[in-house]
Design a protein around this ligand. Structure first.
Ligand code: AMP
Ligand code: MG
Length: 401
């Protein structure tokens, strides 16, 4: 049997980053920058007013008081967006709005609150020192400044900065494109009726959600019956547009194992099937099909999601250059006694009390108990060689919260 670490290495090795690309800002959020970003523009772009008020020469209003206001002729009205270049003549003021370009010759802005708000002439009731309320071009960003670094993950604020600098695209490591295929002749899409022997298909929606939560993109979600031709048709249809294909089901030791049958059980058709020393999630497969990496997960819902957590999530995040590919691991004290199978690393659904540093298993270990996984906030990680775990033992817990 292959160890969990070894299979993690194999999967991580097979899921490769996509080439860096310039993508429109709307698609860049959450992706890692593939390059430094250098400002081609100054911010502010031009000297502009920080207040609604009047552009003046500071020395002309130095003596202004409420009792003896300085009265100036208002020569221009400058709303934000005015694009002609103006000059402030001595002895005049320009009415100016926040964000509007400051006319040449201006040395201060007097806020409207310190004036009578006049349109023909303005009475200014208080002085302002030179430079007051003028935002200088380049005081935020000087041209050619490196404003963002390669590896930073794009946030809304970074999108705002890029847009302010006039950039329509950012250089990023693109999202991994993931195809999610469920297999099983017993599976019925939720919403319709069930016949005896049928169950609702639940892995694809769950795995697609996990893919998105990992920061990757879902190419398509589909279900095939245990029929090699049907399964193959889905691969033919979607594999070329995918970087990673995740299948669930059809990899166990029984008959009608469609995924194994599709690729040949002896690993000579691009996919190798292995047993990994873990519970749940022992039967695994990994390979290459039509240029994509295929990871074949077992069908039991808990096995499928735990396998995703252990093998695929870290590999996807790593390939996208995203921080913390692994879930945070926390040491916590077990509140009960547990047993664990010899020779297998066991991942048990758990409730982690982070403040108290305590952990309690949640639900039985068998891999069909989806209900417990749905409300667990951690995975207890019990090492391969451990068989008995007495209450009070400190264990590693993968923090899923
Ligand atoms: P398999 O790995 O195909 O042998 O499936 C193992 C168990 O998981 C069986 O009980 C299946 O019915 C169940 N199962 C497989 N795929 C799904 C799925 N997509 N949704 C819900 N249950 C599934
Ligand atoms: Mg099956």
């Amino acid at each position: 049997m292959r160890s969990v670490e070894e299979h993690q290495r194999v999967v991580t090795e097979m899921i490769r980053p996509r080439p860096a690309a310039a993508v429109p800002l709307t698609g860049a959020q959450g992706l890692a920058l593939a390059d430094d970003v250098v400002a081609a523009l100054a911010l502010p772009v031009f000297d502009n007013s920080a207040m609604d008020g009047y552009a003046v020469r500071a020395e002309e209003i130095a003596g202004a008081t409420p009792e003896r206001p300085v009265v100036l002729q208002v020569a221009e009205d400058i709303p934000a967006g005015r694009t002609d270049e103006l000059t402030l003549q001595p002895g005049t003021a320009h009415r100016i709005m926040t964000g509007a370009p400051v006319p040449a010759g201006t040395t201060a802005i007097v806020p409207v609150e310190d004036t009578d708000g006049g349109v023909q002439t303005v009475a200014i009731r208080a002085p302002r020192p030179a430079g007051a309320h003028i935002r200088r071009a380049g005081e935020d960003v000087a041209p050619n400044t490196t404003v963002l670094r390669r590896g930073q993950v794009v946030t809304p604020a970074m999108l705002g900065l890029a847009a302010a600098l006039g950039m329509a695209e950012l250089p990023v490591i693109p999202r991994q494109r993931v195809l999610v295929l469920s297999t099983g002749s017993e599976l019925v899409t939720p919403g319709g009726p069930l016949r005896p022997g049928q169950i609702y298909e639940s892995n694809s929606i769950m795995l697609a959600g996990a893919v998105r939560e990992a920061g990757a993109e879902v190419v398509a979600v589909a279900t095939a019956a245990d029929d090699v031709a049907q399964f193959g048709a889905l691969l033919d249809r979607y594999a070329a547009d995918s970087d990673v294909i995740i299948t669930s089901g059809g990899v166990s030791a029984g008959a009608y194992e469609v995924v194994k049958d599709a690729f040949g059980r002896d690993g000579d058709q691009g996919v190798e099937f292995v047993k990994v020393a873990m519970q749940p999630g022992m039967p695994q497969g990994i390979g290459r099909v039509a240029g994509a990496t295929i990871v074949t997960l077992p069908g039991n819902p808990v096995s499928a999601l735990v396998s995703f957590e252990v093998f695929i999530r870290p590999a996807l995040r790593g390939a996208m250059g995203l921080p913390d590919p692994d879930r945070p691991r926390r040491a916590a004290v077990l509140t009960e006694s547990l047993t664990s199978p010899r020779g297998k690393r066991q991942f048990r659904r758990a409730i982690l009390d982070r403040e108290a540093g305590r952990v309690t298993s949640y639900g039985p270990p068998a891999s069909h108990h989806l209900r417990w996984l749905a409300s667990a906030n951690g995975l207890l990680d019990i090492p391969e060689d451990v068989v008995e775990v007495p209450a009070g033992t400190e264990l590693q817990v993968w923090d899923l919260s």
